[in-house]
Design a binder for this molecule. Structure first.
Ligand SMILES: NC(=O)c1ccc[n+]([C@@H]2O[C@H](COP(=O)([O-])OP(=O)(O)OC[C@H]3O[C@@H](n4cnc5c(N)ncnc54)[C@H](O)[C@@H]3O)[C@@H](O)[C@H]2O)c1
Ligand SMILES: O=C(O)C(=O)C[C@@H](O)[C@H](O)[C@H](O)COP(=O)(O)O
Ligand SMILES: [Zn+2]
Length: 353
């Protein structure tokens, strides 16, 4: 399966089982033989897939180097980026060479940011290996790192030159991170597709329709990002659940509560807020919670609501004294609603019970 993304950079997303071994061949249609490919990965993914990817690139005539950082969200910080820059400099990477992000969303966001900023920009290719990165983070060009003060506070829009999704890589993913990716899959159903949401509820074994699920999510993201690449309007819809979700990740210091799980709790909270304010069809929050529970995700945080609301201060959907909330009318129908930041605590009252 293939999709084309028409943004400032036009690129292909290829979804193909076993395609990891074809990476070199695909890259050969984008970059000249003899160019350097720097593969950026993490310490969990390197032993699983780095050899295959490097061999494929070498067989296609590229000069391959690689670097692996310690796996996990706490690595998604500027000091890790500095290490990647150091590796690129030692390898004498130039603007006509390219980076390959091999791994999950943490790898993709950081390799993308390193590519966006090294030499003020080199091309990069996304090879996502988690469910979350295959359905969401590898597409759309948001790259960056966390700060202790908030999620993804430093970054750049930098579109990949190509995205290669090999669903077979999910066979080695832990059940925890498979569930985590389902948090974003459920998000896509909530914001744009009741049909996808119903499919997730009705399907007994989701792994049997994974390629279809990946395609549907990526197609929704492609559609939104093509209309609003730089996040000035409609793209905010992709952030459903993230206002409280990112706040929770920050409060957990990016450890112990992973992104998809945090977004899931954030979606239930925002749906309850919407129901209480009369925007969202009654029962929507319970439907989302049931979907999350089906996929072994949490639906509630024990942290005090006041702390969660306070931690939304670094949300990028804030402007001046207002914040744009992403709300649902119903499953599959989302919209943005601006409120005064000072009203958020009262609006959110009771939404995490
Ligand atoms: N840029 C975007 O649009 C966007 C969208 C959604 C999420 N994100 C970001 O993505 C990050 C989360 O991504 P993630 O959930 O992929 O986390 P991750 O990259 O940390 O991967 C999760 C874990 O799975 C391991 N792993 C990866 N692939 C594997 C495989 N095939 N087999 C076995 N283990 C494997 C990793 O080493 C890691 O331990 C967050 O930082 C989030 O903010 C970005
Ligand atoms: O691509 C987008 O736009 C999204 O909002 C997708 C989100 O799932 C993703 O977590 C993104 O990184 C959040 O972006 P941010 O701008 O809120 O940091
Ligand atoms: Zn997300």
């Amino acid at each position: 399966m293939e999709l084309t993304v028409n943004t400032s950079k036009r690129y292909t997303i290829r979804i193909e089982r076993g395609a990891l071994d074809q990476l070199g061949a695909y890259c050969a249609s984008l970059f000249a033989p003899g160019k350097k490919a720097v593969v950026i990965t993490d310490t969990h993914v390197a032993p699983l897939y780095l050899e295959r990817v490097s061999t494929s690139l070498r067989n296609a005539g590229f000069d391959v180097t690689s670097c692996a950082f310690p796996a996990g969200e706490p690595s998604k910080r500027l000091s890790t980026i500095e290490g990647i820059y150091g590796h690129m400099a030692q390898a004498h990477i130039t603007r006509s060479d390219f980076a390959v992000a091999l791994g999950g969303g943490v790898t993709g966001d950081m390799a993308g940011f390193a590519a966006a900023s090294y030499l003020r920009g080199i091309p990069f290719v996304q090879v996502p290996t988690t469910l979350l990165s295959q359905v969401d983070s590898s597409v759309g060009g948001k790259t960056g790192v966390d700060l202790p003060q908030g999620k993804n506070l430093v970054g750049a829009f930098w579109q990949p030159s190509f995205v290669l999704i090999d669903p077979d890589t999910l066979n080695t993913l832990s059940p925890h991170f498979f569930a985590d990716g389902m948090g974003e899959v459920i998000k896509y159903g909530c914001i744009k597709s009741r049909a996808l949401f119903d499919l997730l509820i009705e399907t007994e074994d989701i792994t049997s329709i994974m390629e279809d699920v990946i395609y549907r999510c990526v197609d929704i993201k492609r559609d939104v990002v093509e209309r609003d690449e730089f996040d000035t309007g409609e793209r905010a819809l992709l952030n459903f659940g993230h206002t409280f979700g990112h706040a929770l990740e920050k409060l957990h210091q990016y450890q112990g509560l992973s992104h998809g799980a945090a977004v899931g709790i954030g979606m239930v909270m925002m749906a309850r807020l919407g129901e209480k304010a009369g925007f969202t069809a009654p029962g929507t929050a319970d439907k989302i919670a049931a979907a999350l529970e089906k996929y072994h995700l949490p639906v509630h945080s024990d942290l005090p609501l006041s702390q969660i609301v306070e931690a939304t201060a670094s949300d990028k959907k804030s402007t001046g004294s207002s914040i744009n909330l992403v709300l649902l009318k119903d499953i599959g129908e989302s919209f943005v609603h601006k409120v005064a930041r000072s009203d958020l605590a009262a609006l959110a009252e009771g939404c995490n019970e």
